[in-house]
Design a protein around this ligand. Structure first.
Ligand code: M6R
Length: 619
């Protein structure tokens, strides 16, 4: 969690450091918003400012007390781990001599030992953070080695846990030094200026040229140079890449919130994720999947690992991949997978799904799976992130930057990418005829228009949501692929509106949850297509009748033309006809809009819900 920005520019750009750093923090605030702070290297030494609360509090403080111009600076937006989110614990933290400022994302697990050692040597701590320990260690190391890069190397080796660290020194107005271990850091390459950031959003307004920083490396940026060494000082040549979206993609573009904008981005997210995946004969070619076809042919089990919304995308993938490929698919929360003793071997394909590519639970599960000999394929949205770098293959979703903490367009893009993977494996293993694969691809290509139709026709969903601002509990029911949709609908409502919400498999109702139904209890029901197999449709209609008979207020999501639902629906929201396995891409959209609208009606901040951060980079 935490957003990190570093900037260094030439003398003629003097004064720009604060603007660049604050601009970067604004784009990274989704990573944490408990407090924010900056440090600049000025002609008079280090200048720092920090403030508890959202970035706007720091902005107001800087307006009231402007900082001097500078060519180098670092900035931080915090999601608190050690120490309450107050002014004192906000980053940056400064060494005892006041010459070095440091910011940090992650957790220093051996900080108590290090702190005790420093205190025994007479250092006085002013905060409760693990980061302050690093500031003091850097101060001591700098005195010994005489340069910031060397000091960072020597301190980094002493730290256990996860960290991205950036530091500046009062005597080095044109240097920022950074390092990373199990936490993200990317380098932005400018002309006469260079940047560091937790992700490319930090500097996308200034450059699209970037560089990945590997594990256990130290980067030193000056206006005209970027140099990278490992912890032992050996020179490293990092991989360069060009970011394929621009600053406008990370702006609200006239919408009231990023979430609303990102819901409207969904038709594009799906269309872009499908783009360029077939050759001239219509065969799927997933170029990024660099795993030998022979390996993929002998896979006998797939395990999808992910967290939160990405895990629900994995659950949708299970239905499709098992149906198309006849390979057993398990879906497991990454943090649970990691700490049991999963049966994984060289015939297991582990699919790690992550928007950020940085979720620590998922990253740890990826490492564990690879240690057990599995092949790991990542479905990830963010280029330059850690999970794809540590996986055997990657299938990128092309959703563009997702800024709102609640995931929307990434979910649809993840499901789309998982469908592509399923169809690709079916093609490779011959479990589907080419014309069947081509037909499903055609049906997928119709989805962006259908999603657009749901968004355009969501007026009634919005009205109903606004009228339910006082609701204290909403339940969600679904079967088959509708079950993960129900759970995703509940998650959206919980995280945005702070309302008790739960998603159930509709078939499970009679095994317990029906006891929750009382007069007026709102329940969303995701009804499968009446054209689908196995009389699932009539089973769900029966479930609706059962809860309605017990007083539930039924909010039904059904396919256009499904008049069977009308007698039992207090509200019916229709979505375009879509093949059953692909239906989550349309069925979830009214639920996203419902949560957004209800939370907005409650006056809540839908982009930055309380207690959360976009990217969960601690376990
Ligand atoms: O970046 P990731 O996709 O790995 O993130 C996984 C979850 O933390 C994320 O989906 C989370 O559940 C969102 N807040 C849901 O809206």
């Amino acid at each position: 969690m935490c957003g990190i920005v570093g900037y260094v520019g030439a003398q003629q750009a003097n004064g720009r450091a604060l603007d660049v750093v604050m601009g970067g923090l604004a784009r990274l605030e989704y990573r944490g918003y408990d407090s924010a702070g900056v440090a600049l290297v000025t002609d008079d030494g280090l200048a720092t400012a920090k403030k508890a609360g959202k970035l706007v509090n720091l902005t107001e403080q800087l307006e009231a007390h402007p900082m001097p111009p500078a060519t180098a600076g670092i900035g931080h937006t915090r999601w608190a781990t050690h120490g309450a989110p107050n002014d004192v614990n906000a980053h940056p933290h400064v060494s005892a001599d006041g010459r070095i400022a440091v910011i940090h994302n992650g957790i220093i697990e051996n900080f108590a030992t290090l702190r005790a050692e420093l205190e025994a040597a007479g250092t006085r701590m002013t905060s409760e953070t693990d980061t302050e320990v690093v500031a003091h260690l850097l101060g001591g190391a700098f005195e010994e080695v005489g340069d910031l890069t060397g000091a960072m190397r020597s301190v980094a080796k002493r730290l256990h846990g996860t960290f991205t660290l950036l530091a500046v020194h009062a005597d080095a107005p044109d240097v920022v030094v950074g390092t990373r271990h199990d936490s993200p850091l990317v380098v932005g390459l400018g002309e006469g200026e260079n940047f560091l950031g937790s992700d490319v959003a930090a500097f996308i307004a200034h450059t699209r040229e970037a560089m990945e920083l590997g594990q256990d490396q130290v980067v030193t940026i000056t206006p005209d140079d970027v140099s990278v060494v490992d912890f032992d000082g050996a020179h490293v040549e990092p991989r360069r890449f060009t970011v394929d979206w621009d600053a406008a993609a990370a702006e609200k573009g006239g919408f009231a919130s990023f979430m609303d904008k990102e819901i409207h981005d969904q038709p594009h997210a799906v269309a872009d994720t499908l783009l360029g995946r077939t050759d001239t004969s219509g065969r799927l070619v997933l170029d990024e999947v660099r795993v030998d076809e022979a390996v993929l042919r002998q896979i006998d089990k797939i395990i999808v690992i992910a967290c939160g919304t990405a895990a629900y995308a994995g659950q949708v993938a299970k239905y499709a991949i098992e149906h198309w490929c006849r390979i057993p698919v398990e879906v497991e929360l990454a943090h649970e997978f990691r700490y049991r003793d999963p049966v994984v071997n060289s015939k297991t394909l582990v699919v790690a799904v992550s928007q950020s590519g940085e979720t620590m639970d998922t990253l740890m599960a990826v490492r564990h799976a690879r240690e057990q000999g599995a092949t790991v394929l990542a479905i990830v949205n963010t280029h330059g992130s850690t999970i794809p770098r540590e996986s055997d293959a990657v299938l990128y979703t092309h959703a563009g930057p997702e800024v709102a903490v609640a995931s929307t367009k990434a979910f649809l893009a993840q499901i789309t990418a998982a469908y592509l993977l399923g169809l690709y494996l079916a093609q490779l293993r011959g479990t589907k005829f080419p014309d069947e694969i081509a037909q499903t691809l055609d049906e997928l290509r119709e989805l962006p228009e259908k999603i657009q139709a749901v968004i355009d026709g969501a007026g009634r969903v919005r009205e109903v949501a606004r009228s339910m601002a006082d609701a204290s509990s909403v339940l969600f029911l679904g079967r088959h692929v509708g079950y993960p949709v129900a759970m995703e609908g509940a998650l959206k409502l919980k995280e945005l509106a702070y309302i008790h919400a739960e998603g159930f498999a509709a078939g499970e109702l009679k095994h317990g949850p029906i006891a929750l139904i009382e007069e007026g209890q709102p329940v969303f029901i995701i009804v499968p297509s009446p054209r689908g197999r196995d009389s699932l449709h009539s089973k769900v209609i029966s479930n609706i009748q059962e809860i309605r008979a017990r007083g539930a207020r039924t909010l039904v999501i059904a396919e256009e033309g499904d008049t069977d639902v009308l007698p039992f629906a207090d509200e019916a929201f229709f979505v375009p006809r879509t093949p059953t396995l692909l239906a989550p891409l349309v069925a979830v959209v009214p639920l996203q809009i419902f949560a957004l609208e209800l939370a907005t009606a409650k006056g809540l901040d839908v982009d930055q819900p309380r207690n959360l951060a976009k990217s969960v980079t601690v376990e």
